[in-house]
Design a protein around this ligand. Structure first.
Ligand code: PGA
Length: 266
């Protein structure tokens, strides 16, 4: 009886802590420039500086080679994110960039497990899990990406698929804080965003999986988010922000950021 009361109290404390952590968090709107930017993209934002509303964290995930340029072209209101990281800490791994290197050079967020890494570069849940652990050992914040292919969605197995992918990517990680981006593969770069109901179902599932594992953080949506649908998508209560590919490369990005803000009139 005493044991079950103390277990209950510990669970209550954890639930309150995680609710407090989440409540204190701003919305998150990240741009993913993939391998699509050039110096012209930087110059565009130099001429049209991005504004981050007080209630939105904004980042841009740039290719590593632009690391030195980022601070020249962006103010401190836009955080620098990496698109990937090595699963190794250090050593003879030609072409790789470690989490420690990224953190030394001022990166604040790191995408991990983007579907293009998983599909085009055959990254496994196991390597993504290692990368996530590497980032969590630094002061940078991981954004774990997960998403189902069209076949899992059309056969209605998407929730099982995503639950397995989430569990494998976060294996042995508990009591940690990071953000999760739900990005259905069929919605990325297709101009066909998931619907409000589809997003709600998955984000609520992710929130409950995270809290069961004592994980806290924001749960955001990505996949053809544009200036024209961001207003509607930002009404989704459980959606803490967006991860944006094409829409982050030019003038639409500011509109998407503003849509993610409660403070800005829509
Ligand atoms: P998209 O890409 O906005 O161009 O669909 C999203 C992403 O891959 O993060």
């Amino acid at each position: 009886m005493t044991i079950s009361l103390s277990v209950f109290l510990i669970e209550m404390k954890n639930a309150i802590n995680s609710a407090l952590k989440n409540a204190a968090m701003k919305k998150l709107v990240g741009g993913n420039w993939k391998m699509n930017c050039t110096m012209k993209t930087f110059q565009f934002f130099e001429n049209t500086p991005l504004q981050a509303p007080s209630d939105v964290d904004v980042f841009i995930a740039v290719p590593y080679v632009y690391t030195g340029k980022f601070a020249e072209y962006f103010g401190s209101n836009v955080k620098m994110a990496a698109q990937d990281v090595s699963m190794f800490a250090a050593g003879a791994y030609t072409g790789e960039v470690s989490a420690k290197m990224l953190s030394e050079l001022g990166f604040e967020y790191v995408l991990v497990g983007h579907s293009e890494r998983r599909t085009v570069f055959s990254e496994s849940d196991e390597s993504i899990n290692k990368k996530l652990k590497m980032i969590l050992e630094t002061n940078m914040r991981p954004v774990l990406c997960i998403g189902e292919p069209a076949s899992e969605r059309s056969s209605k197995r998407h929730i099982d698929f995503l639950s397995v992918q989430f569990a494998a990517s976060t294996r042995e990680i508990t009591n940690a804080s990071f953000d999760v981006a739900y990005e259905p593969i069929w919605a990325i770069g297709t101009g066909r965003s998931a619907s409000t109901a589809e997003i709600e179902e998955v984000l609520n599932t992710l929130k409950s999986l995270m809290s069961k594992q004592e994980l806290s953080g924001r749960v955001i949506y990505g996949g053809s988010v544009s200036k024209s649908n961001a207003g509607e998508l930002s009404k989704i209560e459980c959606c803490d922000g967006f991860l944006v590919g094409n829409g982050s490369l030019g003038e639409d990005f500011q509109g998407i950021i503003d849509a993610g803000s409660e403070a800005k009139p829509k």
